[in-house]
Write a protein that binds this ligand. Structure first.
Ligand code: NAD
Length: 278
């Protein structure tokens, strides 16, 4: 099965569907990523703070899959944003991953209280220019943060990876992205299992209509909305289920019914608030 790709503002292509490894323990990461690669995933989303980059790297090395067929993302943790620290951080991540470059490197959170995210972005631009990251982007950045980093560098992030699922759509960031040619990556695409998304009537009705599972409906919604998505599961049957989403298409009405699930007041958020995470 061929996963569609999206061309980023760097000119590089990213598989629109990948596999995320948040909360996959270090000693289980190699097995989880090996299973995901067996299923067919070629895009893996990790982060320094997940403390499982070595396991991800071990799975990549053992897979024998050519480097150019893989798309690997990692992220700069919040305590390494200042001074020259991002350069040390990417070197350490690459060593753990066993790679010469990552496909995408992201500033993990803006942590606005410290006010070091602009410096972090300037260093990510240097890291890209040194060839250590093919594309660079951010995560959890609000329009006010995006405006500042672009004003400082003239460089628009390839992506903003934000909490995004039908109950929390962050339309202000989506509008910024559409205006500037930035792509959106959805984290917590299934609501992290915390939000009762998979039992929602609009989701279960579409699942029954297409004879698929509620999770497949929600993943399909992300893909049809143009988002890049990498659901996480430690179970290979669910990895397979989450990958098997190209044999059906939601109707415009079904997409609209899921669009309508955002209460609009931020109450659908399941993770941290970008102004509060440090
Ligand atoms: P998710 O929405 O993918 O939820 C994962 C949980 O959903 C699993 O633990 C499992 O309980 C459940 N699940 C998975 N497949 C299922 C299925 N088919 N049916 C029923 N339940 C299923 O949440 P996530 O893991 O937090 O997000 C995905 C990825 O996004 C992460 O692994 C990570 O790579 C990234 N992420 C990034 C940030 C950030 O700040 N940038 C934060 C959180 C996650």
């Amino acid at each position: 099965m061929t996963v569609p790709t999206i061309t980023l503002n760097s000119g590089h292509e990213i598989p629109q569907l990948g596999f995320g490894v948040f909360l996959v323990p270090a000693d289980e990461a190699e097995a989880a990523v090996t299973s995901a690669l067996e299923v067919g995933y070629r895009h893996i989303d990790t982060a320094a703070i997940y403390r499982n980059e070595e396991g991800v790297g071990a799975a990549i090395a053992k897979s024998g899959i050519p480097r150019e067929d893989l798309f690997i993302t990692t992220k700069l943790w919040n305590d390494r944003q200042s001074g020259e620290q991002p350069h040390d951080a990417i070197r350490e991540s690459l060593e753990k991953l066993g790679l010469d470059y990552v496909d995408l490197y992201l500033t993990h959170w803006p942590t606005p209280e410290k006010d070091t995210f602009v410096n972090a972005w300037e260093k990510l631009v240097e890291i890209r220019d040194r060839g250590l990251a093919r594309s660079i982007g951010v995560s959890n950045h609000l329009p006010e943060h995006l405006d500042r980093i672009v004003e400082a560098t003239g460089v628009v992030p390839a992506v903003d990876q934000i909490e995004l699922h039908p109950a929390h759509q962050q339309s202000d960031i989506l509008e910024w992205a559409a205006a500037k040619g930035m792509h959106i990556e959805s984290w917590g695409p299934l609501g992290q299992g915390k939000y009762p998304l998979l039992e929602n009537d609009a989701v279960t009705a579409a699942a029954a209509a297409h004879q698929v599972t509620p999770a497949q409906v929600v993943i399909r919604w992300h893909l049809q909305r143009g988002f890049i998505v990498f659901p996480k599961s430690s179970r290979q049957e669910r990895m397979q289920e989450n990958f098997d989403v190209f044999g059906f298409e939601l109707s415009a009405d079904e997409v609209a019914a899921l669009d309508a699930l955002d209460p609009g007041d931020g109450s659908g958020r399941v993770g941290g608030h970008p102004l509060e995470v440090n």
